[in-house]
Design a protein around this ligand. Structure first.
Ligand SMILES: Nc1ncnc2c1ncn2[C@@H]1O[C@H](COP(=O)(O)OP(=O)(O)OP(=O)(O)O)[C@@H](O)[C@H]1O
Ligand SMILES: [Mg+2]
Length: 317
């Protein structure tokens, strides 16, 4: 999708929804979820968060994320069952409501981001016991599991070791074994499919829960919000020169916030210029197109009006 189309959508982005008829509303940073009985309607809005703060919206972000998640849910359903029931609109998933585990299941294949910062500072919150002398962005021999707590709304998720997950009673030992095995299996498949498309799935966060007692993948999967993606072609050459990889994910925004606005989650929220919004939306669209192999089709116009139409039968009950 070209920047002109993304720019044209700026006045129409979806920042909030209000559909009381869909059920009890929970507003996350990105998704508005409506719960009724065993059913959950997840509306992925265009809200963009970074460092746990909603900063702005991106044109077509909800459509891009939700459809990309659908792509990955389908591609991994044979490995772990997921919550998807229906996709009545590009940015809406009707899902089975789960009892979510209070742990964010993070899997990483490279030493980067907060893990690199911890490593450099000599911290090992996950009990990984990584050997000394590793370089930034280098690949691990095998992916590692770096969970975090799922903090209540408004609080920050905290790193936690797998052992502590059980000690604190967040999961039983048996559940921990089951979710890590599932997370690694989906991650390996994600890496394989991304690689076939010229991308590296660097790390990601999964959420899982129980639906009728059965382990189920919920929330989102392998989106540029919840994952890092690097371009495969240029990776080795760039790392050898000590350069950063070409990133197709939210990390672009985090780095812009740090270098251009000195913002890493504290102090007043910075304004995000339209050029930055359009650029980042372009990166998300590129990630979508690379991963799915299909062009991203988004039509310029009011998302709220489209939603009301596509959700009509759900809204009638
Ligand atoms: N099938 C499901 N059953 C129950 N809860 C779900 C399911 N799928 C997603 N969720 C929850 O819905 C919410 C989605 O909203 P969103 O991703 O915007 O939240 P967030 O900002 O990441 O997290 P927070 O809940 O801390 O605000 C998350 O709290 C997620 O755990
Ligand atoms: Mg989330």
């Amino acid at each position: 999708m070209d920047h002109a189309t993304l720019r044209a959508q700026l006045p129409f982005t979806l920042a909030r929804t209000d559909f009381p008829a869909l059920g009890e509303k929970y507003q996350g940073k990105v998704r508005d979820t409506y719960a009724k009985g065993e059913r959950l309607v997840l509306v992925t809005t265009d809200r963009l968060s970074a460092f746990d703060h909603v900063l702005t919206t991106l044109p077509f972000k909800g459509d891009l994320l939700n459809q990309l998640a659908q792509h990955w849910f389908k591609a991994t359903a044979h490995i772990v069952p997921n919550h998807v029931l229906d996709v009545p609109d590009p940015c809406v998933t009707v899902a089975r409501r789960a009892q979510p585990f209070a742990v964010e299941l993070v899997v990483r294949a490279h030493l980067t981001g907060s893990l690199w910062r911890d490593y450099q500072a000599g911290k090992d919150p996950y009990g990984l016991k990584l050997p000394p002398g590793l370089t930034k962005n280098s690949a691990f021999p095998a992916p590692v599991f770096t969970p975090s707590t799922k903090a209540p709304k408004g609080q920050h998720d905290e790193p936690i070791s797998a052992a502590q997950v059980v000690e604190r009673g967040l999961l039983t030992a048996r559940q921990l074994a089951e979710v890590t095995e599932a997370a690694f299996a989906i991650f390996r498949e994600g890496q394989r499919l991304a690689r076939a498309r010229g991308l590296v799935l660097v790390d990601t966060k999964y959420e899982m829960g129980l639906v009728q007692g059965k382990l189920t993948l919920i929330d989102e999967i392998h989106t540029p919000d919840s994952s890092r993606y690097w371009e495969l072609d240029s990776l080795d050459a760039r790392l050898a020169k000590g350069e950063e990889p070409v990133m197709l994910d939210k990390e672009n925004l985090r780095q812009w916030l740090i270098t251009e606005r000195n913002f890493s989650g504290h102090g007043p929220l910075p304004q995000i210029p339209d050029d930055v919004r359009v650029n980042l939306a372009g990166i998300y669209a590129r990630a979508f197109e690379r991963i799915t192999g299909a062009a991203f089709e988004g039509s310029v116009g009011d998302v709220s009006a489209r939603l009301a139409k596509n959700l009509a039968s759900l809204l009638r009950g």
